[in-house]
Design a protein around this ligand. Structure first.
Ligand code: HEM
Length: 212
């Protein structure tokens, strides 16, 4: 059957990576928007979370869908990595991309696995906390300097991963006309930087600012 043949091919897997990656970026934008309420006040963040949890069916479907997309992205990424390594055991000496992304592109599998570790620790941290008062959980989390620094490192790794991931996704979707190269470069800088600054500012808000 053609869908199976397509999924077994490298290009099929690249399409799966690009589509699931795009979904994960949409999730990050919505998560960033919700978290941005913390810059205003913890009570606004709390009412946003309460509003969200007043629709348990939607929250449950969203969580399950997100988990499935995340799992497909990770499994396909590992398969693609193994497939590429088998096909090309000798590492390239010259990389086609500019230096800016060469580190990101060569470390995608490792940055991806680190983000997985972060996601597991993060979901455990937010689920095992004080369930009713999620703002309290976040504030307790970021009162720990070590945990806050772990989050900052994870956001830097996430920014690197997204930077190359976005570029790769646009190539897969065929958005690679030389006329658009400048805008593609800007997007691959701007989007990860946006996430790094927005997510990264939150631990500092609690450590040194008005978050508490
Ligand atoms: C400082 C930045 C962040 C804060 C304060 C934060 C906070 C939270 C909170 C409070 C929840 C629980 C939401 C609820 O149940 O109402 C949550 C869930 C979650 N967060 Fe974050 N988060 C941050 C960054 C991230 C990043 C960068 C990622 C992506 C790698 C991420 C991935 C997740 C996931 C996967 C869930 C579970 C979603 C679900 O089960 O539906 N978070 N986060």
């Amino acid at each position: 059957m053609w869908p199976i043949i397509f999924l077994k091919s490298s290009i099929g897997k690249k399409w799966v990576m690009a589509c699931t990656g795009l979904c994960l970026i949409f999730f990050l934008f919505s998560h960033a928007a919700g978290n941005a309420t913390l810059f205003y006040s913890t009570s606004l963040f709390q009412s946003y979370a309460d509003q969200l949890h007043s629709h348990p069916l939607i929250v449950s479907l969203f969580s399950k869908g997100l988990f499935a997309v995340f799992a497909i992205h990770i499994i396909t990424g590992i398969l693609l990595f193994l497939q590429n390594r088998k096909a090309r055991p000798q590492k390239y000496k010259v990389h086609k991309r500019a230096f800016k992304n060469s580190i990101a592109s060569r470390t995608m599998i490792y940055s991806g696995l680190f983000i997985l570790l972060f996601a597991v620790i993060h979901t455990a941290a937010v689920s095992f906390g004080d369930h009713g008062v999620i703002a309290h959980t976040v504030s307790t989390m970021f009162s720990s300097f070590v945990l806050s620094m772990f989050y900052i490192v994870a956001f830097v790794v996430l920014a690197l991963h997204i930077s190359h991931g976005l570029w790769s996704m646009l190539q897969t979707f065929g958005v690679n006309h030389p006329r658009y190269t400048w805008i593609i470069h800007k997007i691959t800088y701007a989007v990860p930087l946006f996430f790094l600054l927005l997510f990264g500012a939150i631990p500092f808000l609690f450590l040194f600012g008005s978050g508490n």
